[in-house]
Design a protein around this ligand. Structure first.
Ligand SMILES: [Ca+2]
Length: 246
């Protein structure tokens, strides 16, 4: 039963991704399905794939206060907006959260008070410089919610070993919140974590669903909607079973 359920979710998600690309392509004026995925699958996040502003060089250093990275505020010592210098998780560009010292990026988003939010992103690290194990801190509403590590051992700029992470962020009593990523290790010198494909949207599953159960590798609004409808249907079935057994 569980295998059948997993396959069903995967199939619907796959179908939904295709529909999303076919429907949104002409609307956003994109020239291909690939371009749609670069610009329109990040939920509430602007430029979650870091593909806006195409780099003319293999990388670009953006210091604190710079407005070069569309949608994002540059934090700390700055970041390296990376193009074909190394393999991106998707598209051509990603961001290294370190330039000479710990740096980061943040973005303010409008949220619904009391709702939980699903955060997803891909993580890697500079494989040639600095300590092999890099660390990333995630802040939500000015609170540190998680520190995670990436070990670059065995990876290269051609094979960055991107890993996908999915978290449920706590509910806040605010209308806006700041999502911030800080490359916390190393604190001094080059060679920090790299991120790509940042996605954030309201979490719309049933309340007692364990956060770690559902990991979505290719997120989109329609994708989440399909999962939500499935969750709603399963919730109805579960409630019906509970009523029958009570
Ligand atoms: Ca990208």
């Amino acid at each position: 039963m569980l295998k059948y359920l997993t396959l069903t979710i995967s199939f619907i998600a796959y179908q939904t991704s295709i529909v999303c690309a076919q429907v949104e392509g002409p609307v956003c004026g994109c020239t291909s399905m690939v371009d749609v995925s670069y610009f329109d699958t990040f939920g509430l996040i602007v430029n979650g794939g870091f593909e806006l502003q195409r780099l003319s060089t293999s990388y670009q250093i953006d210091l604190s206060g710079s407005s070069n990275l569309t949608g994002w505020t540059i934090e700390g010592a700055g970041i390296v907006h990376t193009g074909n210098y190394w393999q991106a998780a998707r598209g051509n560009q990603s961001v290294e959260l370190n330039y000479l010292a710990s740096g980061g990026i943040s973005q303010q988003v409008a949220i619904e008070q009391g709702s939980t939010y699903l955060l997803e992103f891909d993580l890697s690290g500079e494989p040639d410089i600095g300590v092999p194990i890099k660390q990333l801190q995630i802040f939500w509403g000015n609170e540190l919610v998680r520190t995670i590590s990436f070990d670059t051992t065995g990876y290269s700029r051609a094979n960055m070993g991107w890993k996908h992470f999915s978290f449920v962020l706590p509910a806040l009593t605010a209308d806006t919140a700041i999502l911030k990523f800080l490359g916390s290790t190393p604190t001094i010198g080059n060679g920090g974590v790299a991120i790509d494909n940042v996605f954030l949207d309201r979490r719309i599953f049933w309340p007692n669903d364990p956060p770690s159960v559902i990991v979505i590798p290719e997120a989109s609004n329609l994708y989440l909607s399909a999962i939500s409808l499935l969750g709603f249907a399963f919730g109805l079935v579960r409630n019906r079973i509970a009523q029958v057994n009570s």
